[in-house]
Design a protein around this ligand. Structure first.
Ligand code: ZN
Ligand code: ZN
Length: 237
């Protein structure tokens, strides 16, 4: 399994918005600027066939119209979106807003499926969806990819909650929200990561959605099982 951190920053930084690519055709979140960021890294977004959306904040799904348009003109029209039930309506609304005169053509050209199930198969991975707690934004999900040998988790945006603890307890790597120095009711912070990394020493925590001051502070702390990624860091497991 190959995981590339496409974005590790919060919206208010020079880093790309939190997002990941697995192998060559799966995305976890598709934030503002995603297609551009993939092109900049020399990755062809036309190859992407699976997009898991953690929740419907703009910094996690606003590149949907550009991706749909690109796929409508590509050879490979397959798109599978994994998300909560309101996803189809939200994505269509966004597409219409972005390209009002070509919405119909785009929709006719792409082979689009929505998957709302709790457990599903993507490539050879069994993926399980977990509810997390992102304040007023409901629902918000995390995902665990099971390769049968190990589990890799993505928390999405969340405060520390029961399912984050569960994910940390079973995962080899957990790509997790650590936006602030101190956690809030919507996002985790360094205090939460310190707790998790101590409580679950077998898990490696790849922190993301970082504000700049949080990144600096984390770099000073040098916690053994915490990885502070630069955008485009690739982890092969
Ligand atoms: Zn959010
Ligand atoms: Zn966010």
């Amino acid at each position: 399994m190959k995981i590339k951190v496409i974005g590790s920053g919060s919206m208010w930084t020079g880093y790309n918005s939190a997002s990941y690519m697995i192998d060559d055709n799966i995305l976890v979140d598709i934030p503002n600027g995603m297609c551009k960021n993939l092109f900049k890294l020399g990755i062809n977004p036309r190859k992407i066939e699976h997009v898991l959306i953690t929740h419907f904040h703009g910094d996690h799904y606003f590149d949907i119209p550009f991706y749909f348009l690109l796929k409508s003109r590509a050879d490979n029209h397959n798109i599978n979106i994994y998300c909560s039930k309101e996803g189809k309506r939200k994505n269509q609304k966004l597409l219409k807003l972005a390209f009002p005169n070509s919405t119909k053509e785009i929709n006719e050209a792409i082979d689009l499926k929505y998957i709302y199930k709790e457990t599903f198969k993507v490539n050879n991975y069994i993926v399980q969806k977990y509810l997390v707690d992102h304040g007023r934004m409901k629902p918000a999900f995390g995902y665990i990819f099971d390769t049968k040998k190990y589990k890799i988790g993505f928390t999405g945006d969340t405060t520390i909650c029961k399912n984050v603890l569960y994910m940390a307890s079973v995962c080899e790597y957990l790509f997790c929200d650590c936006m602030f120095i101190k956690g809030t009711s919507k996002h985790m912070g360094i205090d939460n990561i310190k707790y998790l990394s101590k409580e679950y020493p077998n898990c490696k925590f790849v922190v993301s959605h970082l504000e700049d001051d949080t990144r600096k502070e984390l770099q000073k702390l040098k916690i053994e099982n915490v990885i502070i990624p630069e955008d485009s860091l690739e982890i092969t497991i």
